[in-house]
Design a protein around this ligand. Structure first.
Ligand code: SAM
Length: 272
């Protein structure tokens, strides 16, 4: 069972986590999600969570006296509002699928993810690693972000990761949390029906995935590539690999530097 807690000033932004496969994971007892309104920890009459930046400049910065106690309480297990699956409730829960992760010597502190454009880029490798976590807490910034001392102080109770979902600036961390949570949760055993579907995804072998096709064989004058009807698995696999190589070379050539290329791969790429 994985537990996600999200601290935000817009709890309703996290509603998509109740739907589709994540909703099903909640229904099956694989996942539980608590959403916390940061303003519950604000003490003045206006419930303010931000203040002007030291050193001047535009915008506002989120206050440490609000964030600090909020993260203390969530680390200590304060539940917040529990998200219920949007799916029709099942008569009885499906057997919970336990993570296949073998716990070695573990740091018991929960993982705190702080989305920020100034963080390390979030990757599929992070998603894979974090899919083994038991408890992940997300801190959603707004305005110009959170007072940096909150992040430093949080290290006492959490393993902290500041991560960016891309080289652009969003208004708040909530959408980044949706992105990260979806990428992580789909990798928990039992969430996707077919395990192979994520083993063959883009990035899993360092390459982007090539094109996919379904019925009908001809649509608006466009044919599905002939090789896919050959029934020859080796030829189909080779064709898929070639398509992945060529797409990666065209769209993300820098990824090829980390891929083991066979002589056949190099030939397809025109490297020999
Ligand atoms: N002043 C900040 C900077 O330039 O680094 C930008 C703050 S942004 C307007 C407000 C919040 O949106 C951030 O605290 C973060 O939670 C979220 N955010 C914006 N862009 C993001 C990105 N690329 N990845 C992750 N979170 C992002």
């Amino acid at each position: 069972m994985m537990r996600l807690d999200v601290v935000t000033i817009f709890p309703e932004y996290l509603d998509p986590l109740r739907h589709a496969l994540l909703g099903k994971a909640i229904e099956q007892g694989i996942l539980s999600v608590g959403v916390h309104d940061l303003r519950d920890w604000a003490h003045d009459v206006h419930k303010s969570v931000d203040d002007t930046p030291y050193g001047g400049g535009p915008g506002m910065v989120m206050k440490p006296e609000v964030w600090g106690p909020a993260l203390d309480d969530v680390a200590a297990g304060v539940a917040g509002v529990e998200l219920e699956s949007s799916l029709p409730h099942l008569e009885k829960p499906v057997d919970t699928v336990e993570s296949s992760y073998e716990a070695g010597e573990r740091d018991e502190r929960p993982l705190l993810i702080v989305p920020t454009p100034a963080g390390k880029p979030f990757t599929q490798a992070d998603a894979r690693e974090w899919s083994h976590e038991e408890h992940i807490v997300f801190a959603c910034g707004r305005y110009e972000g959170i007072d940096q001392r909150v992040i430093v102080d949080a290290e006492r109770r959490y393993r902290v990761r500041e991560v960016s979902i891309g080289d652009y600036v969003l208004i708040g961390g909530e959408v980044a949390v949706l992105v990260i949570a979806e990428a992580v949760v789909r990798l928990i055993p039992g969430v996707l029906g077919n395990r192979r579907s994520h083993e063959e995804d883009s990035f899993s072998d360092g390459l982007l995935e090539g094109p996919s096709y379904t019925k009908p064989r001809t649509w608006r004058g466009l044919d599905v590539p002939e090789v896919l009807f050959s029934g020859n698995h080796a030829r189909v696999d080779r064709w898929r690999r070639d398509q992945a190589l060529l797409r990666t070379q065209a769209v993300r050539p820098e990824l090829l530097a980390d891929v083991d290329l066979s002589p056949a791969d190099r030939k397809v790429l025109g490297l020999e």
